[in-house]
Write a protein that binds this ligand. Structure first.
Ligand SMILES: [Zn+2]
Ligand SMILES: [Zn+2]
Length: 267
């Protein structure tokens, strides 16, 4: 396996229907790989796929495959520390309109430690460059959103400078997503462009696996190569190690670092 990252800021479990392992399996696998921190960022409840995209002839069926809102609301049932592993309560929310609205309410988002906002079809139809730019900027302006996920999507081009400058101003994070090389090959060229601009503007980034199974955990080889090629500095990568990631989220959310040492469930 290639480049292993020990701080996993973006992963999915079986509560997202197209991912394949339970949280417990992910935790065991993470520990076995020497991973120090795992953020569970299951898909927000609006994630869906329409029948035609799956090849069904009946075109009006919609299959939802995100997690239930109650999943996110009840993450307090988990400890934030299991053995040597930090377990981060997160979500990968869907941006559902060009005003950057995400598919979990603030009452739930504020209970999260870490929130990614991403565009997924068909939660949002492609619009104009201005529409996509506005969607990302407004999502970043949501105080509970920490990062923009896999924004290289070929069908959703945006004004890179406008979005990255907003991220920088608000101390938010742009993701370089390893999974994109498997599932979104058309986005790779955009990812390179975004990474280069992140390097030039000094925007914070994460290298993530977006793991949908234990077998993807830790491997960010391709995202790391793009970051290196773009000239992203080590200090820009907030998931370089667990402590750096925890410091970032504690500062952003104004929470005490000690909550991440709690081996018991609770708020
Ligand atoms: Zn995603
Ligand atoms: Zn994801």
């Amino acid at each position: 396996m290639g480049y292993i990252i020990k701080t996993e800021p973006h992963t999915h479990t079986m509560v997202s229907h197209h991912a394949f392992n339970t949280m417990q399996e992910m935790i065991y696998a993470a520990e076995a790989k020497g991973i120090e921190l795992i953020a569970f960022t299951d898909h927000g409840p609006d994630l869906r796929v329409t029948a035609d995209l799956l090849g069904y002839e009946k075109r009006d069926t919609v299959f939802y495959d995100g997690a239930h809102p109650w999943h996110f609301n009840n993450l307090k049932a988990l400890p934030r520390r299991v053995g040597s592993l930090y377990v981060i309560r997160g979500a990968e929310t869907n941006i559902i309109d060009y005003n950057g609205t995400v598919d979990l309410p603030n009452t739930i988002l504020k209970k999260m430690d870490w929130v990614i906002a991403s565009i997924h079809r068909p939660c949002l139809n492609p619009g104009t460059i201005d529409d996509h730019t506005n969607a990302y900027i407004k999502a970043l302006e949501n105080p509970y959103v920490d990062a923009i996920g896999h924004s290289g999507l070929a069908k959703f081009p945006y004004d890179i400078d406008a979005v990255l400058e907003t991220a920088k101003r608000l101390d938010k994070v742009i993701e370089l997503n390893n999974h994109s090389f498997i599932t979104r090959p058309a986005s790779v060229e955009n990812c390179k462009k975004i990474a280069r601009r992140c390097a030039e503007l000094g925007v914070k980034v994460i290298l993530s696996t977006d793991a949908h199974s234990i077998y993807e955990l830790g491997n960010v080889e391709k995202a790391a190569a793009i970051a290196q090629e773009a000239g992203i500095k080590q200090e820009q990568i907030i998931n370089e190690n667990a402590e750096k990631f925890l410091t970032h989220i504690c500062n952003r959310r104004g929470v005490d670092r000690s909550i991440f040492e709690n081996t018991n469930p609770g708020e």
